[in-house]
Design a protein around this ligand. Sequence first.
Ligand code: TXA
Ligand code: MG
Length: 318
Amino acid sequence: MNAPDAQAIQQAAARLRAGALVAFPTETVYGLGADATNADAVLWIYETKGRPRFNPLIVHVADLAMAETLGTFPPLARQLAENFWPGPLSLVVPLSPGHGLADVATAGLDTVALRVPDHPVALDLLRATARPLAAPSANPSGKLSPTTADQVRRGFDGKVEVLDGGPCTAGVESTILAVDGNRLIQLRAGALPRETIEAFIGLPVEQAAEGAEIAAPGMLLSHYAPNAHMRLETAPNPGEAWLAFGPAQTHDGPTRNLSPSADLHEAARNLFSMLHELDATGAGMIAVSPIPETGLGEAINDRLRRAAAPRIPPPERR
Ligand code: TXA
Ligand code: MG
């Protein structure tokens, strides 16, 4: 991979400031970025992804100082930001007065999801643009998230400009936490394990109940879906594709192993790429081995359950 040079970053920043979309790498997945203060640019994200307008976007910033011009950080949120940023943690906090964000970026809510990504290209781009960047995962709504620049290009038929920063190292989206007084509510399991947050902060992290008052509006049941159907916690039948996990497994059909050594970090990093690859074989069904529900397993299983959920309309392939 050729990391984008300073000139490529400056050009991308100029395009973003002029209202264009630019996809860029983060440590979790590639994001489809737009100037979060420009309503037309942000609307273009929804249009390009085919994303429902009620689903607010994560706003990316270069550092906590920039975040504090957009959101009001209660002490717990500040402690988390100081410890885990840059990193795969999105914090949902009340909007600051005079924040300047386009209403469409927050879908009209009075809160905003903020994060500082841990990727040199993303950070250089944020500094060069000097604007907050709204960036959902750079895939058509409902489809698999991209962890390489090629997956972004293919997903949008080459119509989206992409800064190539190589494959993402974490591989699943950020953990989303709402801070409500002294309560921490996990709205989406992600690349920062719940146990890691609890160990640092010394408080339990609650799981948001389905349909709860505080929720991530984008947590639709069917999401992250390949074209193939999926069966979870199982072994493959002849002819099916197999997404395996753990040592010494063979199968007479397209097979990928998330981690032969059963390492959850490796499995998270491989998850979306291997699903993209198995899907590209044209298999009608992908069987997935059981994966432990601890640490990063929570986020991996969340994505797999949504990928396997019934879809409306049905996928293109049977
Ligand atoms: O890792 C990530 O978070 C990636 C990279 C590109 O940073 N971004 C990402 O964005 O996953 P997206 O748009 O695919 O997911 C945003 C999620 C949605 O579930 C949305 O509902 C939730 O964040 N969200 C955004 N603003 C919110 C708010 N104010 N309150 C509750 N949930 C919010
Ligand atoms: Mg997404």
